[in-house]
Write a protein that binds this ligand. Structure first.
Ligand code: 5GP
Length: 251
């Protein structure tokens, strides 16, 4: 029986062991199974590279449920993700991947760092969508890189980058559709991938911390930009509203 079935059928009891990494939005724990990790979502929201951190009640629960819902939608289209099963309101059991140190960003509308790098009008529709790669390195402030850097610096193989590009376009189409049906626009998002026995899997998380989502009619920001830009809106209520609108029901 494969790992997913074993865990889903609950024959394999996963036990949390040691904290192995603490990020800005999640804590990672090892388990009694060396192929399996537990991700615990945090209440923290940070801006300016972690300089400012604020805790929000329920943020951990909303992001865990939202991520689980989106990841399951993605895997229903035959894209492999690291998700195995929900452990609790704010924790999820995942496959342990060897993470690729690249942030993959997909952009459908112009906003954020794109506006600083190009003379492009805010909110312009980008067609076809732009894919960007960033080297994950806090010390270097995640510099933008291209496919040549990725391959020559051995961050990823040529074959895997080809596959990831295809997967990113497919995920973008799946998600754009889900949001559009809820009268929402998927502006951009960031994803990360990893390898398990040489196979590619979508890792990390999809949440409103690493994507931009606007109301389709008013263009109101519904994502982490509310916190980044200190807008006069309740960021947690907004996260909840997006989740509920796409069918991921959160009370
Ligand atoms: P930008 O490059 O415009 O700052 O970000 C593009 C998209 O990727 C946004 O949806 C943003 O939330 C996400 N993103 C980019 N870098 C990071 C990062 O280091 N952490 C997180 N959580 N999201 C990121």
């Amino acid at each position: 029986m494969n790992l997913i079935l074993k865990i889903k059928s609950n024959k394999m009891k996963i036990k949390k062991k040691n904290k192995i990494y603490q990020g800005k939005s999640k804590i990672i724990y090892s388990t009694n199974n060396s192929d399996v990790l537990i991700l615990k979502f945090k209440k923290d929201m940070s801006r300016l590279n972690g300089k400012y951190i604020k805790k929000f009640d329920n943020k951990d629960i909303i992001n865990n449920k939202f991520n689980y819902y989106i990841m399951n939608k993605i895997s229903s289209f035959n894209i492999k993700t690291h998700i195995l099963s929900l452990l609790s309101d704010n924790q999820v059991i995942v496959k342990k991947l060897k993470m690729i140190p690249i942030e993959f960003v997909v952009r459908n509308y112009a906003y954020g760092s794109l506006l600083k790098r190009f003379l492009i009008k805010e909110r312009s529709f980008i067609n076809p969508p732009i894919l960007e790669f960033f080297f994950k390195n806090d010390g270097l402030k995640d510099p933008m890189i291209n496919e040549y850097h990725c391959i020559s610096f051995n961050l990823i193989s040529e074959n895997h980058i080809k596959k990831i590009k295809k997967i990113l376009y497919k995920i973008n189409n799946i998600l754009k559709d889900i949001f559009y049906k809820a009268e929402l626009i998927l502006v951009d998002f960031k994803l990360e991938f990893g390898l398990f026995n040489g196979d590619l899997f979508l890792g990390d998380e999809f949440s409103l911390d690493n994507s931009r989502v606007w109301d389709k009619n008013s263009f109101k920001k519904m994502d982490k930009d509310i916190f980044r830009e200190q807008l006069n809106e309740n960021v947690i209520e907004s996260y909840k509203e997006v989740a509920n609108r796409i069918g991921c029901l959160i009370d």
